[in-house]
Every structure is written in structure tokens, then in C-alpha cells.
Design a protein around this ligand. Structure first.
Ligand SMILES: C[S@@+](CC[C@H](N)C(=O)[O-])C[C@H]1O[C@@H](n2cnc3c(N)ncnc32)[C@H](O)[C@@H]1O
Length: 553
């Protein structure tokens, strides 16, 4: 049995349909750290990122081809001179991985892989190699659920892939492939699929694999009360809402904003169960899920302080809902694929198709329903890449005020904190005289074009104060969202310092600080509405004009 951190206990048994789960032994407050899991059995970057991530501390290096979205500590990594496959940012990381991380044995395997002309092993094969090399990993996996028979019966192509992966691991380990060794290897692979996490780095979007026997006991819900963040080699479990003593702790294994059928398919394929959470049972949409969370009041310090007003966002009506369901089910898979790697004309073409495809969602004002927010986020990135920060700002403001708060009810949700940070950074890039990419000076921009109107609107706003409030909120929520080690937290603090150092803003600075101290005070609220919310809404109002102008077929 895995040893659980203090404050948690194991419930249920393997015989029950849900199997075991983790329950709270005390109350946890929204955003509180429930537990930190710092001794992973396996923690590896995805293989394509091996040369740009430190295999010891798992922090990405500056040498990566993908530019980090936020400032990361700049670390150069050096490849292991033995296998030239894994890389480290320091001798300390290398030493640790050699001794406790098992690279001493793995290095020989990687040399064989290179000798046969390959750069690296695929991530699941590497995890399997580690489990076969290190007794403590296979022992920790003994009691994990593997659903081997279900994988064999139901998984078709995935099962054939697993057989090949098992054979590859045995081959590179120099071990004999027979019925017994193959069955053992496949069982480990199945357990690894079911119990490991896709380790997502919030800042650079790189993924990896993380497995810890205690964390693997947490069950799933599409309305979770907890979530996991990865910080270096640690996984931190946070409470998403208040968790009572005795209550089961549940996280979401998948992107829970997806449509019911896509969530069910993802859970069936990898975890072999049908989710019966209230959201799946009643096919609740994102607005209904938002209203079901008990902590909406926390949003008084957020960009959606009126989130509780049901009349504003009732979401689609029942008759609209079935039509929307059909649309979403059809368009979500292809509208949600990332545009990363496409050139600008290809991105533009994709965005045009996607914007047209999601018209029924726009017509029903179901703005928070995926894939609409995803398309807008891609459009914001697209304009940012073109240097058109004004368009990017308007779309990001729309996302931060109209969609993200409904997708994520907690104001400290990482996506919301990152969204606020993005708006703050774009505000620093859109000084009124320079809202467009060098191409047009103010006098050449027609005052009737969206860019002209945005320029006029920005000219009347106090961007420094808007930015300051947004950054204060980022700094306030970042530890609950992620950790004090989060790059977003540090960058926001630095930017905040720059704004606070500006001369002649003493009054504004005092008003911002008063609001942060007492966000529900009448004067403080008035200040926040006038100085931040109304201007952001004004910018958001340009979002659909921009999208129609640029992407209407
Ligand atoms: C990572 S393990 C969680 C721990 C597991 N319950 C155990 O006893 O080992 C994932 C497996 O737990 C079960 N499970 C998790 N959440 C579930 C849920 N909401 N409903 C039914 N089964 C669930 C499924 O069998 C799934 O493959």
C-alpha cells in the first residue's frame, strides 16, 4: 500500500468498481495545498524534449526551439557524454540522476539505441525500461490497477502498439523476449498508462510523464474538487473548493471542458471506466457546472465579480442545447487541434474555417463553450505573433472576462491567473501611439477601422493602473494556482515593481493598494469598476468585430 501524506487516507478497496480512492482527514480551504508528492517513481520529460530539458530537475532550458511564453530561469543544459541522449543543467542534477534516478543503467540502454541509429526511445518505452531496471518502481506498481484484459480486448491498435513497445524495451535491455517476459512488460505498460500523469509544464507547455504511487490513488470527476500542478520534480495537489473531512478528493484526468462524448471516450480509452459524476449524468454544460461550484463568492476579487448574477449568463436554453451539442460534438475535435507549427497563411485559413464553424455557439451567446474559447485563444496568439498586440489584447480581454471565469469557477485557477497575466503584458505592449505593428502610424489608421477605434479607446484609458491591478491579482493568486516557484509569479512581481516605481502615480498607487486590501468596500469597488472592469469590457467589445473582419469567409 502506498504511504499517503499527512491529512489523507485511503478509502475503498480494489474490489469496488471505482477501486480505492483518497479521502481528506481534515478540512481543506479553496486553493490550499493538500499535499506535495516529491518522490516520484518515474518523472521524465517527453522524449522529443530530452535535449532541451534537464532530466534531473525537469526545468526546460533556454536552448529550446519553442520560445517560452513567460520568462523562465535561463539554464543551459549539457548532454550526458555517455549516451548523448539526456541533458542536465548542473553537475548536481547529473549526479542525482546517475545515482538515485537510475541513469547509470539507463545510459547503457540509450547507447544501444544510438548504436542502432535512433535518437531516443519513445516516452512510454523509456518509462517501461526504467520500471524493468529498477526494482523499487516495479514493486511500487504491483498493487496498481492495470486493466490488462480490457486493454487486450478493447484497445485494438493501442494493444498492438503496447506489444511493440514491450518488445522494444526488452530488446534494448538485452533481455530475452518470451511469453512470460512479454506479459510482464505489457502489464507494466498498462499500469503506466492508467496510473501515470501527463506532466504538463504550465509555462512552456512541454509535457512529460510523472508517476507516484500515492498520487495514483486519486480518482476522477468531471467536477473535481482538486487539481494537480507540476513544479520541477514535484506534483502539488491543490484544493479547488472547500473539501470537508471525510470527503473523497477527486481530480480531472482529462480536459474537462470538452463535450460529454469526447470526455467519455478519453476516459474509456485510457482508464477503462464510464464516468458517472453529476456532470456526466445530467450532461451539464459549462455554465451549469460553474453555478454548481460553491465558492463563486471568491470571485469578488477577480475579473468576473458579478459571476453569480444568473440572469447574465444562463447559457443556452434547453432547445438550443441539443442543437449546440450536435454542433460541438462535430466540430470540437478538429477545432481544438493546436495551430502551433503552421505558417501564418495556414493559420489564417484554419482560423477562418473554425470561426465559421462555431457560428451556432456565437449566435446562442454560448461563448464559454469549447471550442469557441480555444479558437479565440489561437487567434490571440496569431495576432501577437504578427505584432498586432492591440487585437491580441482585445481578444485576451474577452477571454479573461467572458469565457475563462465560466470554464473555471475559481479565481485562482491557473488558466485564469495566466489569462490575467497575458492581458497585463499586452497592456504594456499597447501604448496608444503604437497599437499596430510598425506598419501604420496613428495618423494613417482610419478612426473607423477596428484598429483606429481601439487606438482611440486605449488613448482614454489609464493602462498603467489597469496593468497594476491585474498584476496584483496575479501575484495574490499565483501561489494557490501553482506555487511561489512559478515563473508567472516572479515575472508579475518584477513588472509590478516597475509600475510602482513610476513617478507621479501616487494617487493611483494608493487606490490600487486600497482595493487589494478591501475589494468589497464601496469606494474600492467603484474604483475597480471604473479603472479596470469597464475599460476591459470596452476592449472585449472589439473581439467579435476583429474576428469577423479578419476571419469571416
Ligand atoms: C489512477 S487509478 C485511481 C486509483 C484506483 N481507483 C485504484 O484503486 O487503484 C485510475 C483507475 O481508477 C478507477 N477510477 C478512477 N476514477 C473513477 C471514477 N470516477 N469512476 C469509476 N472508476 C474510476 C478506474 O478504474 C481507473 O482506471
Amino acid at each position: 500500500m502506498p504511504v499517503l501524506p499527512e491529512g489523507l487516507t485511503l478509502k475503498g478497496g480494489t474490489a469496488e468498481p471505482r477501486g480505492r480512492g483518497i479521502a481528506a482527514l481534515r478540512i481543506f480551504q479553496p486553493g490550499e495545498t493538500i499535499a506535495t508528492f516529491s518522490s516520484p517513481s518515474i518523472a521524465i520529460p517527453d522524449s522529443p524534449h530530452l535535449s532541451t530539458t534537464c532530466t534531473g530537475c525537469l526545468l526546460p532550458s533556454s536552448a529550446g526551439s519553442e520560445p517560452p511564453s513567460t520568462a523562465q530561469p535561463v539554464r543551459a543544459v549539457k548532454a550526458c557524454t555517455g549516451c548523448r541522449t539526456v541533458a542536465y543543467c548542473s553537475p548536481a542534477c547529473q549526479k542525482l540522476d546517475w545515482t538515485t534516478g537510475g541513469h547509470k543503467a539507463e545510459c547503457k540502454v540509450f547507447k544501444r539505441v544510438r548504436a542502432e541509429g535512433h535518437d531516443f526511445l519513445p516516452t512510454p518505452v523509456r518509462a517501461l525500461v526504467q520500471a524493468l531496471l529498477r526494482l523499487e518502481i516495479s514493486t511500487a506498481m504491483e498493487e496498481m490497477q492495470g486493466h490488462v484484459d480490457r486493454f487486450r480486448r478493447e484497445s485494438g491498435k493501442l494493444w498492438s502498439d503496447m506489444e511493440l513497445q514491450a518488445m522494444a524495451a526488452l530488446h534494448y535491455l538485452g533481455r530475452e523476449t518470451n511469453t512470460k517476459s512479454l506479459a510482464e512488460a505489457i502489464e507494466i505498460l498498462c499500469k503506466s498508462y492508467v496510473n501515470s500523469f501527463n506532466r504538463l509544464d504550465e509555462d512552456v507547455g512541454q509535457t512529460g510523464l510523472f508517476m507516484n504511487p500515492a498520487l495514483a490513488m486519486v480518482n476522477h470527476s468531471c467536477i473535481p474538487n482538486a487539481y494537480v500542478q507540476f513544479v520541477g520534480r514535484k506534483a502539488v495537489l491543490h484544493a479547488y473548493q472547500e473539501i470537508k473531512k471525510g470527503e473523497e478528493i477527486e481530480i480531472s484526468y482529462i480536459d474537462r471542458n470538452f463535450h460529454l462524448s469526447h470526455r467519455q471516450e478519453a476516459l474509456k480509452t485510457r482508464y477503462h471506466f464510464t464516468c458517472t459524476c453529476p456532470r456526466c449524468k445530467d450532461d451539464m454544460d459549462i455554465y451549469e457546472v460553474c453555478r454548481a461550484y460553491p465558492h463563486l463568492r471568491l470571485n469578488s476579487l477577480s475579473l468576473a465579480p458579478d459571476i453569480q448574477k444568473p440572469q447574465d449568463h444562463h447559457g443556452p436554453s434547453l432547445s438550443e442545447k441539443s442543437l449546440l451539442n450536435a454542433t460541438v460534438e462535430e466540430i470540437e475535435p478538429w477545432c481544438s487541434t493546436p495551430l502551433l507549427g503552421l505558417n501564418p497563411p495556414e493559420k489564417q485559413k484554419q482560423l477562418r474555417w473554425r470561426w465559421t464553424a462555431c457560428k451556432p455557439l456565437r449566435d446562442s451567446h454560448a461563448h464559454a463553450l469549447e471550442p469557441l474559447p480555444h479558437i479565440l485563444a489561437e487567434a490571440s496568439i496569431y495576432f501577437g505573433e504578427q505584432g498586432n498586440f492591440a487585437y491580441s489584447l482585445c481578444i485576451s480581454s474577452f477571454l479573461a472576462t467572458q469565457t475563462e471565469p465560466y470554464k473555471e469557477a475559481a479565481p485562482f485557477a491557473p488558466q485564469r491567473v495566466k489569462g490575467g497575466f497575458m492581458v497585463a503584458k499586452l497592456l504594456t505592449n499597447t501604448a496608444p501611439a503604437d497599437v499596430s505593428p510598425g506598419a501604420k502610424s496613428d495618423s494613417l489608421i482610419s478612426s473607423k477601422s477596428p484598429l483606429g477605434r481601439i487606438s482611440t479607446a486605449l488613448g482614454k484609458m489609464d493602462q498603467a493602473t489597469m496593468c497594476q491591478v491585474l498584476l496584483e491579482m496575479v501575484v495574490y493568486y499565483a501561489p494557490a494556482a501553482h506555487s511561489k516557484e512559478w515563473a508567472v509569479f516572479h515575472e508579475a512581481k518584477d513588472l509590478l515593481g516597475d509600475i510602482e516605481a513610476l513617478q507621479g502615480r501616487e494617487t493611483e498607487d494608493a487606490l490600487v493598494k486600497a482595493f487589494m486590501r478591501n475589494p468589497n468596500g464601496a469606494d474600492e469597488r467603484r474604483f475597480f469598476d471604473q479603472a479596470v472592469l469597464l475599460p476591459l469590457r470596452e476592449l472585449s467589445a472589439f473581439c467579435f468585430d476583429i474576428m469577423d473582419n479578419e476571419f469571416s469567409s
